[in-house]
Write a protein that binds this ligand. Structure first.
Ligand code: NAP
Length: 254
């Protein structure tokens, strides 16, 4: 609504809860109901991919979070990739000079993160996950630059990581804490957390206290929304501090 208002575009953005067994019908009727596209979230991201024409990003990530119509055809993409990367660029430019990145978690969000890191030519991505098989499956998909590992390898991997990314739900409100010693990271490391409730996670607070550059989950959320808006309305909006303050106020009320 902020972007529609500031760019002077007549339009709307509404939230609808769609039960899984009604999702196909929802997608097929999207255009008939006057929508130019949609964001899709849990649990519909995989179905959205199969019901549309996905781009390379959505296929690589295995999930679509944005739908739009091109020449009457329903297309899909995954904007978490650029949300993550553009937020890092905005918060910690030069982050991609590192050789090795350490990613915690191997779920859907980790796929988008790994895709983005490899796309920016990070040479080695260590993928640490509670369930090693899940990390292995993701590493197999992305190739030799991605090394799967378990949580007990952290002591050895943290001192080598120029970038640490938390893609697990640990540290989120209502979830167990994330137990990682950021004191082991190199002094010029960058730390990103995808969790945005709370806004300042204990991981980010400890990293800032150590003087490390950080990128938070809300920044990623805002940056991932840019491309969807552009695809729907034909104008590329900006992530401004005013927008961030409005969303922070909204989050504080949830
Ligand atoms: P997901 O597919 O369910 O993956 C969850 C990950 O967290 C898995 O790697 C899982 O490990 C790990 N995990 C969960 N509980 C754990 C525990 N107690 N101990 C150790 N590991 C644990 O979820 P997702 O879609 O990737 O989302 C992950 C997080 O990213 C969520 O907090 C989500 O809100 C956030 N996110 C943020 C943005 C943004 O724009 N900021 C975008 C996407 C996602 P196992 O494989 O061992 O279960």
């Amino acid at each position: 609504h902020y972007w529609l208002r500031t760019l002077g575009i007549t339009g709307g953005y509404v939230i609808e809860a769609v039960p899984p067994d009604e999702f196909q019908d929802f997608v097929f009727r999207l255009s008939l109901r006057g929508f130019v596209g949609a964001n899709v979230t849990i649990p519909h991201k995989e179905r959205a991919l199969s019901l549309s024409k996905p781009d390379q990003r959505a296929r690589a990530v295995g999930a679509a979070n944005t739908l739009w119509f091109k020449d009457g055809e329903l297309c899909s993409t995954n904007t978490d990739v650029e949300g993550f990367i553009n937020n890092l660029d905005a918060c910690a430019s030069g982050w991609d000079r590192c050789d090795e990145a350490l990613v915690l978690g191997a779920g859907g969000a980790a796929r988008a993160v790994v895709f983005g890191l490899l796309d920016r030519d990070i040479k080695r991505v260590h993928l640490v996950n509670r369930t090693l098989d899940r990390a292995r499956a993701l590493a197999d998909q992305f190739g030799a630059a991605v090394s799967p590992a378990t949580w007990d390898a952290l002591g050895e991997l943290l001192p080598r990581a120029g970038l640490l990314v938390n893609t697990t739900s640990l540290g989120m409100k209502g979830q167990p804490p994330l137990d990682v010693d950021v004191g082991l990271l190199p002094p010029d490391a960058v730390v990103a957390d995808l969790v945005y409730v709370p806004l300042e996670t204990p991981l980010l607070a400890a990293s800032r206290a150590r003087g490390l550059k950080t990128a938070d989950g809300l920044g990623m959320l805002l940056h991932q929304a840019v491309r969807g808006f552009e695809l729907w309305f034909g104008r590329r909006p900006e992530v401004t501090s005013e927008l961030r303050a409005l969303v922070e106020a909204d989050l504080a009320n949830t």
